[in-house]
Design a protein around this ligand. Structure first.
Ligand SMILES: Cc1ncc(COP(=O)(O)O)c(C=O)c1O
Length: 394
């Protein structure tokens, strides 16, 4: 028997964070004491009032399909929330509720990717961008995120990579895996420069929008009216409300693309789980103190991580300005990033992710998620220090 799966599946990638999680879980099941700084999800429970709203929705009989675009009150709540946070006007009719932030990038890349097209994406960056670009047959064009630039986008470098074949530019700030935040002045410059390229669509992944530190305010791309007719916003509940397992995300689309996105929804998942949508509604309309507390806790841990990393031999870390990741430079340890991440897990019991899992520009770095207790973070840093003192690369 020969099953003829399409060539595209020879090009699709994945997220190594899930493989590291599986290995860490295996080792823990064998009795090893593993500290997981690999996975990108908050270590908090979803706030209780959100959980209760989902239970109530189930009890109230919300068991059927909803509109493919999401229930109206939720789309209205997203619109109100965007207005409250950024002062921007977004019609509820341009909001699409999707099963997780990832689905927005899946749709956007499917819409613009095909052989002959080029798509720009941050490198190091969320691995699914490149994976999906390759899947469509488009050419992935990495935009380097440089440590010397605080892992932010450089407007000049980004604009310089645009060609007549460029269809889509993917932005992400605050960023995974680096914690980099692109300053407003640089975004202003980028948007101004994009006026020269009116045929390039923009997808702004702002899933970490509420996780910025040092008083920094998130700069949304929605705030630029001149690009709204070609801007796709990606956001969701996963990180902000500690809801990764609920699969709740949303996107804002310009009118002509909204219809295409809605059709993709109808052709794939029909609609998002009804009770989860009611949970999402409670999250947006209810008290926000759990979000503030969680971000304040991440901020405290951030300081511990950065200070601890900079005290390790051969390691230096810039202070991340957003998200919950640190991306230390490990080049001076003599280790390559992936062998180091692997040895740290197997020998020191600390799960991290090698920078190359986020793109070619990730060599020389590893990613640590500080979604773990301060006590565990301190323990992990001590283990890493001991490991680096005692083990030199082969
Ligand atoms: C930058 C970025 N975008 C999107 C996502 C996807 O989020 P979700 O779990 O809601 O699909 C993640 C998750 O790690 C992320 O880091």
């Amino acid at each position: 028997m020969t099953l003829h799966i399409t060539d595209a599946f020879g090009r699709i990638g994945e997220e190594n964070a899930f493989a590291v999680l599986a290995r860490a879980t295996d080792l823990a099941a064998q009795g090893r004491d593993i500290i997981n700084l690999g996975i990108g999800q908050p270590d908090f429970r979803t706030p209780e009032h959100i959980v209760e709203a989902a239970i109530k929705a189930l009890r109230d009989g919300h068991h059927g399909y909803t509109p493919a675009t999401g229930i109206k009150p939720l789309r209205e709540a997203v619109s109100a929330d965007l207005h409250k946070r950024f002062g921007v006007d977004v019609s509820p009719d341009s909001v699409l509720i999707v099963p997780g932030g990832k689905v927005t990038m899946f749709m956007a890349i499917l819409m613009f990717g095909e052989p002959g097209a080029e798509i720009l994406y941050p490198d190091p960056g969320f691995p699914i961008y490149r994976s999906m670009i390759e899947f469509t047959g488009a050419k992935p064009v990495p935009v380097p995120m440089r440590e010397s630039n605080g892992f932010a986008f450089s407007a000049e470098e980004t604009l310089g990579l645009i060609t007549p074949r460029t269809r889509l530019l993917i932005l992400n700030s605050p960023a995974n895996p680096t914690g980099g935040v692109t300053p407003k002045a640089e975004i202003d410059k980028l948007v101004a420069g994009l006026a020269r390229f009116p045929d390039v669509a923009i997808m702004s992944d702002e899933i970490y929008a509420q996780m910025t530190y040092d008083g920094l305010e998130h700069q949304t791309l929605l705030a630029y009216p001149e690009i709204r007719d070609r801007l796709i916003l990606l956001d969701g509940w996963s990180k902000t409300y500690a809801m990764t397992g609920w699969r709740m995300g949303y996107s804002v689309w310009p009118k002509p693309l909204y219809e295409a996105a809605r059709k993709l929804a109808v052709n794939s998942y029909s609609c998002v789980n009804a009770s989860a949508q009611y949970a999402g509604l409670a999250a947006l309309t209810g008290p926000q103190d759990a979000v503030r507390d969680m971000v304040a806790e991440f901020d405290r841990r951030r300081r511990v991580v950065v200070e601890g990393l900079n005290a390790l031999p051969g390691v230096s870390a810039v202070t991340p300005k957003g998200a919950f990741y640190a991306f230390p430079n490990i080049a001076q340890t003599g280790w390559k990033a992936k062998p180091l991440a692997s040895a740290l897990l197997e020998k020191a019991g600390v799960a991290t992710i090698g920078g190359p899992d986020f793109g070619v520009h990730g060599e020389g770095y590893i990613r640590l998620s500080y979604a773990n207790s301060t006590e565990n973070i301190r323990k992990a840093l001590a283990r890493m220090g001991e490991f680096l003192e005692q083990n030199k690369p082969a």
